[in-house]
Write a protein of this length. Structure first.
Lengths: 594, 239
């Protein structure tokens, strides 16, 4: 197997990975250090799922806003399960990161005086979301990618698939990668490794995510003993297109869009978000500008009550944008108009858009400290794959694009600072770890089993949706957990149809499925053991329908176990800046500290 | 659901040197995209079929293919649009690696060659540049490129000479040249002025027809020619 020595390896070329790469390069330049960076990804960087983010990125911007307000919104939005020191760092650094994006050319939407425009977003006290029409993620990703081309010291390995992290004595030693074009394996030895591999939305059947969002990095860290933290908190975005799950941005509601049930009634007023706000006058934290968990839960209630409509096979409610007018819609939400037209043949200028909730974001992830480092020295994680502790039990829309900048940069700087202070890990064991990956791939090629990844994947995503959906109960989660264990066993009996080495996309799908199965187990176990309702984790079981701070004001940590089922521990939450209080929106939120 | 027969151009270099066509029966309804059809073939009929895809919402730019000889994104083209036969092949003018997967190396090299990033010597700052909506309007359309490569498959000149920087790269250069915050035009013009720069374009305009995001690369390249002519004329007077 080939072997190379690289100072920093960054796994993933989305927003967090690119921001980390640039920060690492800048760090070394400032200190006149030579430093080799490899950023690798299973796709070309501009294909990364950051590209699909639409609505915007949050940072305190206007004179009437305050850092305290962004802090309070984020902590309350996360139902007090966020790490408050981390939130505090985040809200203080978000603005400068968005400014930096502007200075790299990001085409943020503007006010007539040439300053940056902000829009309203759910769960935020005031308008603080920067946006580039409704293609914010696209513009951020391309700006970062294009800017990264200025740095020849960032070597890109496009379409390389990571098989495993190399670890020796609790310290990261590199990664084993497979070149997709040839099937060849390489051991990239490194002093620092940053995981920026995105979320795991593809664990669920109905989701807004790209096909690549399979949680690979989470599973790799997990298998090496890093905790997956708060995995039970899976965000359903309230507005996905029926059939495909294609995302319809929250910015639609920030701009004044309303949600109605099949009777044309603005049902959100019945779920603690009212009173009804006048048409065309959206009000922060009221009605359609409530947080995502509450809106998705309200959909489920309407569905149970038989007040949802039908689009094809899907139960839907309706997002009405018509009162905003053609000109405004085409200026602020052009991509939404295009998507609705192409995928369901609806023109939002003339008709309400049928929508339903879809799995969108993984709040939990690879446990890191406040500096993005995991419990493996030199192994960092940033962006959606990480659980640095920003989002708690529910992420507020537009916090994640800012997150990947703030923590991508921090991870890049930390990884770079480490480089001059440590030698390359020199362990005989590395060769064995690399060899083990080679053996694993050979065995997959040679396996004569009876199972196909297609069937296993279908059973997994259906079971996750059934057992770990918007509302959950013990019986359903138990059945899903058993199904996952069954699928893990069957996975060992898998067979590839495609035996070729070059661009074996079936092999990739198989490996991704293996990763997904482990993460699904962590997600389901966390959900089963969290015997309360908090944020996006909502239980139907008797006695568990409320938040229970006495027992569960804690992070779940799930640990991998090669010999049997994963095990779960609980970890204290940092609440030193804001004591847990009631989480309320609409008029009920008046006077509540938030 | 009704059944449609689709033909896919296969190329499996480890098994044989020549591409061949293979037919598959695919069930479809009004919502079935070309990408859905490919996924159906891979999952149900032949796991060895190889192609790229990711977002399935026409923003990541992965899934470009030729459908009946026209470059398309698989995810936003639908079987319902085709009454007769449907023939799916890899994007034209690029080397084919396997089945529908093309080699993107040259495309990325061309992008990087035009220095597609904001060049401004004002250094780090704690505040944004000012840019009015009117100033942004000048380049906004040209900033919408998703790097899917369809325009290169549509461009006869790129087909004849792969060294031609091509529609997407020239559009990106023009996008930054038009940006009121940018000072890098002088650095980019030598690339634009080359024979393989704007002057290779014969203004067929097919690039703009196939662009799935209405970026209009033909307009960008044509405006680039005007800029290039001015730049070269100034060069003559200065020398």
């Amino acid at each position: 197997m080939q072997e190379r020595h690289i100072d920093i390896v960054i796994v993933g070329g989305g927003g967090a990975g690119l921001r980390a790469a640039i920060a690492a390069a800048e760090s070394a330049r400032k200190e006149n250090r030579e430093q080799r960076i490899v950023m690798l990804s299973k796709v070309y960087p501009m294909r990364s799922h950051t590209v699909a983010a639409e609505g915007g990125a949050a940072a305190v911007t206007s004179a009437e806003d305050s850092l305290q307000a962004h802090f309070d919104d984020t902590v309350a939005g996360g139902d007090w399960l966020a790490e408050q020191g981390v939130v505090d760092y985040f809200i203080r650094h978000a603005h400068q990161e968005l400014v930096q994006m502007e200075r790299w050319g990001c085409p943020w939407s503007r006010k007539s005086d040439g300053s940056v425009q902000v829009r309203r977003f759910g769960g935020m006290k005031t308008a603080r979301t920067w946006f580039a029409a409704d293609k914010t993620g696209f513009h951020m990703l391309h700006t970062l990618f294009q800017t990264s081309l200025k740095y020849p010291e960032i070597e890109r390995l496009d379409e390389y698939f990571v098989l495993d992290i190399a670890v020796a004595d609790g310290t990261v030693a590199g990664v084993m990668v497979l070149e997709i074009a040839t099937g060849e394996l390489t051991l990239l030895r490194a002093k620092s490794v940053i995981l920026a591999t995105g979320g795991a939305g593809r664990l669920f059947r109905f989701n807004t995510n790209a096909g690549i969002v399979t949680g690979d990095g989470m599973a790799m860290a997990f298998r090496h003993g890093v905790a997956l933290r708060d995995m039970e908190f899976v965000q359903y975005h309230p507005t996905g297109l029926p059939g495909s799950g294609v995302l319809i941005t929250e910015a639609c509601r920030g701009e004044g869009g309303i949600l109605v049930n099949k009777n044309g009634y603005r049902y959100l007023q019945d779920y603690g978000l009212g009173p009804e706000t006048p048409l065309g006058q959206p009000q922060n934290k009221y009605m359609e500008l409530g947080p995502r968990d509450k809106l998705s839960q309200a959909f489920w209630q309407e569905q149970q009550a038989g007040r949802t409509g039908k689009f094809g096979d899907s139960d839907v409610v309706y997002l009405d944008l018509r009162h905003l007018g053609k000109e405004y819609l085409h200026e602020r939400l052009p991509f939404i108009c295009e998507l609705a037209n192409v995928f369901i043949n609806v023109d939002p200028v003339k008709e309400p858009i049928p929508i339903r909730p879809a799995v969108h974001y993984t709040m939990g992830g690879i446990e890191t400290d406040a500096h993005c480092e995991t419990r493996i020295k030199g192994l960092y994680a940033a962006g959606e794959c990480a659980s640095v502790g920003l989002h708690g039990a529910n992420r507020l829309g537009s916090n994640s694009l800012s997150e990947l900048l703030v923590f991508g940069r921090l991870a890049g700087e930390q990884a770079s600072q480490r480089v001059p202070t440590v030698p390359f890990t020199n362990s005989r064991d590395l060769k064995e770890q690399a060899q083990a990956q080679k053996t694993r791939i050979t065995q997959l090629y040679d396996a004569e089993g009876e199972e196909s990844w297609v069937e296993l994947k279908r059973e997994l995503v259906l079971s996750m949706e059934t057992g770990c959906g918007i509302y959950r109960e013990a019986k359903g989660m138990q059945a899903t957990l058993e199904k996952i264990h069954e699928l893990q066993a069957r996975y060992r009996n898998i067979r590839l149809q495609d035996k070729s080495r070059a661009y074996n996309t079936e092999l990739m799908q198989c490996l991704e499925l293996g990763y997904s199965l482990d993460i699904a187990e962590a997600t389901c176990l966390g959900a089963l053991e969290r015997k309360e309702s908090r944020g996006a984790h909502k239980r139907l079981d008797d006695g568990l329908q409320q938040r229970d701070d006495a027992n569960y004001l804690k992070h779940s940590q799930v640990f991998f176990n090669a010999e049997g089922p994963a095990r779960l521990c609980w970890q204290e939450v940092d609440t030193h800046l804001s004591a847990p209080a009631e989480r309320a929106y609409g008029d009920a939120g008046k006077g509540v500290k938030q | 659901m009704t059944i449609k027969q689709i033909s896919i151009q296969r190329y499996l270099p480890e098994q044989g040197s020549a591409p061949y066509w293979q037919e598959f029966d695919v069930p479809f309804d009004d919502s079935t995209s070309i990408l859905d059809a490919l996924n159906y073939v891979k999952e149900e009929l032949d796991g060895s079929l190889s192609y790229r895809w990711s977002c399935r919402m026409a923003i990541c730019g992965s899934c470009g293919v030729m459908v009946n000889n026209t470059p398309k994104l698989g995810c936003n083209s639908f079987l319902r649009e085709y009454q007769g036969p449907v023939k799916i092949a890899p994007l034209a003018h690029f080397p084919v690696e396997k089945d529908l997967i093309i080699d993107m190396t040259l495309f990325l090299d061309h992008l990087a060659a035009v220095q597609p990033y904001l060049i401004n010597d004002s250094g780090e700052g704690s505040d944004t540049f000012k840019q009015t909506p009117a100033q942004m309007e000048k380049y906004k359309q040209f900033s919408g490129c998703i790097n899917c490569g369809l325009c290169y498959s549509a461009c006869p000149q790129f087909g004849l000479n792969p060294e031609f920087l091509g529609p997407a790269a020239l559009t990106l250069a023009h996008r930054y040249n038009l940006d009121s915050r940018d000072q890098g035009k002088k650095q980019r013009m030598p690339q634009m002025n080359r024979e393989e720069g704007v002057w290779s374009c014969t203004f067929v305009g097919f690039c703009s027809e196939v662009c799935p995001k209405n970026v209009d690369p033909a307009a960008a390249v044509n405006q680039g020619k005007v800029e290039s002519a001015k730049d070269m004329l100034i060069g003559i007077f200065k020398s």
